[in-house]
Design a protein around this ligand. Structure first.
Ligand code: PEP
Ligand code: MG
Length: 339
């Protein structure tokens, strides 16, 4: 019997036709989505947007350390030994928390993500203690949003050290090295990824914001949706640059932006050297299948060609032409991908 797409995705990691292994993880917002991670066969959680702990409580109160720890522990231990990447609060910008950031004329360029955490150190320390206290229960990795430069990574590391000390003084077992990663979603971080990579344990490209900030086009504004294009040469060059920096430093690089769930763009990212992806759980089976039908060498040729083009339309046209040929081996995937 032929296996369905979903059954195939459940049968472990995806390997391309030429033997390159890729991990495809899930993006989740709440602990109650953990069953979806299993159901759709994701290789762990690549992005847990922890700010929804707060946002889903109608923004009333921050969960205290014990409440947070119970939620993180549940996710980390149920998914063990699979990795679980928990992002520290990415509040501010368009995500609530006015009482923390204050009134801002331009909140998306204001106290958002790690900046807001620095300005509310007790809130940040509480979250870091809750995270570190559950790290021994599985493969927890901590991801920091909105990093703009390496000095912020150093500041985060100091916070983490302080939180670890407090836990150790309480007699709580904290593993020596809980991986700390930086989201690359601000152009200055992408351009200086070579400076950031040596000081973190992993990088994760947040292309939803990287595209918005690089192209100066609000990700949610219909009026500029024609400008907001993942295929823009600036985005391709930045991703290639970040990939080079990660490889040079020997650090893993993942992508957790929405573009990874588009089959043609997924092949482009594979061609640019990305090996770890994360996306909404429901997209995982199809993209695992795309990975299994693809050749990483052919994808790399396509990515090189894409990098030589001048406009988003030229890149889109190339992807439309090439993606079909790259998936030639598998009619079912081609039909599902609609190329
Ligand atoms: C991103 O910016 O690409 C990302 C994954 O984070 P969010 O969509 O939560 O901003
Ligand atoms: Mg983001």
């Amino acid at each position: 019997r032929e296996l369905s797409l979903k059954e195939r995705s459940l049968s472990g990691t995806a390997t391309t036709r030429d033997g390159v292994e890729v991990a495809i993880r899930a993006n989740i917002e709440l602990a109650r989505e953990v069953p979806d991670v299993f159901e759709y066969g994701a290789d762990g959680v690549g992005l847990f947007r922890s700010e929804f702990l707060y946002l889903s409580s109608a923004g009333v109160e921050f969960p205290d350390e014990a409440t947070q720890a119970a939620i993180y522990r549940q996710v980390v231990s149920r998914l063990a030994p699979r990795p679980v990447v928990i992002r520290t609060y990415d509040l501010g910008g368009k995500k609530g928390a006015r009482h923390l950031s204050g009134a801002e004329e331009n909140p998306v360029l204001g106290l958002r993500g790690v900046r807001l955490c620095f300005s509310h150190p007790e809130m940040f320390r509480t979250q870091l203690r809750a995270l570190l206290s559950v790290a021994s229960g599985g493969d927890l990795r901590i991801l920091v949003p909105m990093v703009a430069g390496v000095e912020e990574v150093r500041r985060v590391r100091a916070f983490v050290e302080e939180a670890r000390q407090e836990l150790v003084e309480r007699g709580i077992d904290v593993p020596d090295s809980v991986p700390i990663g930086a989201m690359i979603e601000v152009p200055s971080a992408a351009v200086t990824a070579d400076l950031i990579a040596p000081e973190v344990d992993f990088l994760s490209l947040g292309t939803n914001d990287l595209i918005q900030y690089t192209l100066a086009a609000d990700r949610a504004n219909e009026a500029v949706s024609e400008i907001y294009r993942p295929q823009h040469p600036a985005i391709l060059r930045l991703i290639a640059r970040v990939q080079d920096a990660a490889r040079a430093a020997g650090k893993p690089l993942a992508i957790c932006g929405e573009m990874a769930a588009d089959p043609a763009l997924f092949l482009l990212l594979l061609g640019l050297g990305i090996r770890e992806f994360s996306m909404g759980p429901r997209s995982v089976p199809l993209l695992k299948d795309v990975a299994r039908c693809a050749s990483a060498a052919d994808a790399a040729r396509m990515a090189r060609a894409a990098l030589s083009l001048s406009t988003p339309d030229d890149v889109s046209a190339l992807l439309a032409r090439e993606a079909e040929a790259l998936l030639s081996g598998d009619p079912e995937t081609r039909a599902a991908v609609n190329v």
